[in-house]
Design a protein around this ligand. Structure first.
Ligand code: GDP
Ligand code: MG
Length: 397
């Protein structure tokens, strides 16, 4: 309890999502202003947030603003994007990961198209916890607030969220930003922060997931075995455990006989560690960068899956971006592997235009161990220029 109370070193990543003009930026600014009063953040003005700096991620330009604030329980890193396209790109590229999101819905409008689009993406990228801030409550009657709440809960359920359990905070971000003390003003921000503290869980930072390490480099040493060099993406690998080396249609069972981090032998390596792992017991047909060392039976080889794909716009790409049509032959690049792929659009979509996103079907030439939520890029086959970025949303057996 007492540990939890002052543990502001625990970081939780959140962000605002929702339809344009529903008050995301006003709310973000209001939170920093409120938290600044108790010395727990620096106030960031609406104008500063709305002129978010440009960031580049996988060749994509995203305008994104990061603010930070503390509650008595933990530290928050919060992101807000100025434009709808920025939100979409941020969610697909994962430039700022979110442990939870604040869905802002203006009570004056209710659920709007971008509310739905952000919810769909939030679900796809695996955001498990949402909190709703029902904004602009200063402009509507109580009856309307209740109706909008029902509508939002129904929409949440439609997108696969536990709509009946998700907490709602009713307020006015604008009044809060103006320092208003009555219920809809600052108290609504305190309520929102308490709700985030209680409801958003921080994931175990991937340590509890099965071990998975893509190889950056792989070499064989006669008489010793095979050394895989890479960064552990998730889980923990122990010396003397069994593992599978997978990729390019093949799967080899092996034992981990040695783990080294910075030339020092260790008993185990954790997610985030860059290490060299010596494996024994296998004869590999072809040592190829991109093979993945993973926990036994934790993932299947696959060549067919669905993904959310964002096609770069003209300014983001280094080459001419043509509209994407079904049956396009391209190269998929993921972790450290690449393979030829075919992309098919949904039957009701003739072409995907630059700057647009869609669910697509992908077939890759060689079977790889694919994880749900894995991010990748798509390049042109010969020029090797990046034209799209995506996120795996569904794996077909
Ligand atoms: P965003 O596009 O979701 O970031 O929305 P903004 O934060 O830019 O807000 C859009 C407009 O709504 C701005 O003119 C705000 O001043 C106004 N606004 C935001 N929150 C409230 C609110 O609670 N009450 C009222 N009356 N206006 C608000
Ligand atoms: Mg905004």
């Amino acid at each position: 309890e007492s540990f939890e109370k002052n543990n502001t070193s625990v970081n939780c990543n959140v962000g605002t999502i929702g339809h344009i003009d529903h008050g995301k930026t006003t709310l973000t600014s209001a939170i920093t202003k409120y938290a600044a009063k108790s010395g727990n953040s620096k106030f960031v003005s609406y104008e500063d947030i709305d002129h978010a700096p440009e960031e580049k991620s996988r060749g994509i330009t995203i305008n994104i603003y990061h603010v930070g604030y503390n509650t008595h329980k933990r530290r928050y890193a919060h992101t807000d994007c100025p434009g709808h396209a920025d939100f979409i790109k941020n969610m697909i590229t994962g430039t700022s990961q979110m442990d939870g999101a604040i869905l802002v819905v203006a009570a004056t409008d209710g659920v709007m198209p971008q509310t739905r689009e952000h919810l769909l993406l939030a679900k796809q990228i695996g955001i498990k916890k949402l909190v709703v801030y029902l904004n602009k409550a200063d402009l509507v009657d109580k009856d309307i607030l209740e109706l909008v709440e029902v509508e939002v809960r129904e929409t949440l359920i439609k997108y696969g969220y536990n709509g009946m359990d998700i907490p709602f905070v009713v307020g006015s971000a604008l009044l809060a930003l103006q320092g208003e003390q009555s219920e809809l003003g600052e108290p609504s921000i305190q309520k929102l922060l308490d709700t985030l503290d209680d409801y958003i869980e921080i994931p175990c930072r991937d340590l509890t997931l099965p071990f998975y390490m893509p190889s950056d480099n792989i070499l064989s040493i006669v008489g010793r075995g095979t050394i895989i060099i890479g960064t552990v993406k998730q889980g923990i690998i122990h010396k003397r455990s069994y593992a599978s080396l997978m990729g390019y249609n093949d799967e080899y069972k092996c034992t981990v006989s040695e783990i080294q981090i910075f030339h020092k032998s260790v008993e185990r390596a954790y997610a985030g560690d860059h290490c060299g792992i010596l494996i024994k017991g296998i004869k590999i047909k072809e040592l190829r960068r991109g093979l993945v060392l993973c926990a036994e039976k934790s993932v299947n080889l696959n060549n067919y899956f669905e993904a959310e794909l964002y096609l770069l716009n003209k300014n983001e790409a280094n080459c001419l971006i043509k509209p994407l049509v079904s049956n396009s032959l391209l190269t998929m690049y993921c972790d450290s592997w690449l393979t030829a792929c075919r992309i098919d659009l949904p039957s009701d979509l003739k072409m995907l235009m630059p700057g647009e996103h869609s669910i697509v079907k992908l077939v890759i030439l060689q079977k790889m161990p694919i994880l749900l939520g894995q991010r990748f890029t798509i390049r042109q086959q010969f020029s090797n220029e990046t034209i799209a970025t995506g996120l795996i949303t569904k794996i077909k057996e």
